[in-house]
Design a protein around this ligand. Sequence first.
Ligand code: NOJ
Length: 562
Amino acid sequence: MKKKWWQEAVVYEIYCKSFCDSDGDGIGDLRGVMSKLHVLRDLGVNCIWFTPIYTSPQVDNGYDVADYRNIDPAYGTLEDFKKLLDMAHGMGIRVIMDMVLNHSSDECEWFKESRKSKDNPYRNYYIWQPPKPDGSPPNNWGNYFREGNGSAWEFDAATNEYYLHQYSIKMPDLNWEYKPLRREIYNMLHFWLDLGVDGFRLDIFTRFKKPEGFPDTKKAPDLLLDRNGFVMDPSMCTNVEGIHEILHELYTEVFGPRDCMTVGEGAGVSHKNAADYVGALRQELDMVYHFQLSHRKLYSISTEHFRTVQKNWAEVLRKNAWAVQYLSNHDSARQVSCYGCDDERYRTDSAKLLATLIHTTPGTPFIYQGEEIGMTNVKYDTIEDYNCCYTVGDYHAMIASGVSPKEAIDLLAPRSRDNARTPYQWDGSENAGFSTGTPWIKVNPNYTHINLEADRANGDSIFAFYQELIRMRREDPAIIDGDLRFLLDDHEEILLYTRACIRQTLLVVANYSEKNVHFSIPEELENSSWRRRLTNKMDTTPSMGGSRDLLPWEVEIYELAR
Ligand code: NOJ
């Protein structure tokens, strides 16, 4: 069946604030992006996802939107954005916008109006509840950023009611029960489509619907992090009955008629419920990315886990749905530091191996800026250097429960979202070539040797390997259409799988470890003739017969000769 453009695409996520600063104020901007678009074209990607670039007080780096129809002045103007759209489209690159529709900023005009009085026309754009008789919040929910006293409700003296904020106090939740709010959102989405954007990434869409009556959570508090008995329990507002009605209406009012691409951030979505959101006949979303592979609490993947998740999602694809493949984004640590090996010896090899896994399994690959040059985690010494609301909130909660500052940083640093948000490392010049001013967040000191220029100077670069993988996606039908089948199903270090369609069979073999591994090629493969197409160890001899060794982090792609 003819595929949709987004099924064949490779999406590149741009965290604008950290990408490229054109005017020396230390903040990445749209002109900076325009100056680097040719790099993305060379890489071969054909879709950009912009994290939010709307006007925002930047409490959560743009996920707190103050004006949904404008660009934040730090990033540029609407005119700049239109220019960027034209440039990108001219290069064959589509552009999708991040839409934050679970909450806005408290500096959004809607909220400013809403909090004024109970009979304000915007009152019901947000979720207001009276205090309990003793004046306390309506229930025991905690906020994700652990702000204030920990509650997910903030009291507003102007009207003597509480408003709900699952995230920051400055990010009140929107009320999807209220039809005029929905209409406002639909009109705003059409505004961006009229401008020429090609689709949307929907922030935290599984949490739009709240449970009726706002019942208390029964979950026990996390003694280290939850404060004053307010418990952070994602299950209270995730996948609540009625969420499908909201998404279907979004589809019929906007996504369907405009034929735009949608990808949702699927907190609470697994292979079990994914098809309810992205099954083609559901008329809700096109794709959803899940957290089953890159689990942010565990940050480790075993070969067994990889096989299980991929097999489960291959089943989702069989239900007339599609998948996303990714290992990291702006909310995670750097993939090579978590799932690969970021020491000098194996950083390049493991970066290439991880890339291969994502680009050769079924679905659309999403690249996060910097992974194509193997950027790594950073570690700052003091909390003042960190910016991420989770890191800062958790740090203060830990200090309050008696943890020492050093211990708290040691615990939080490897997981901090700031790992992904350090400025892009363009070259070895001051501030990694990101800015001539002082970057809003400190550059990773390893920029002197890990940077795009240094990587590309090497013929065997990570960037070149990504280019090759992306070229294969364009030219090799099995990458998009092939059925997935694992062999050596119990092997602890080796991943071996085929992707086979009528026109082609590809085979991937990877040593997902730091050891030299000796193993036997399954007999059924031995009788065929395999041609090696890509490897991260150019000086090894291809072999798909007998038994053989794979070097640490070695990966190869073969094609079956016909
Ligand atoms: C998910 C976004 O990816 C993250 O960066 C943000 O903090 C939360 N949603 C809240 O909008």
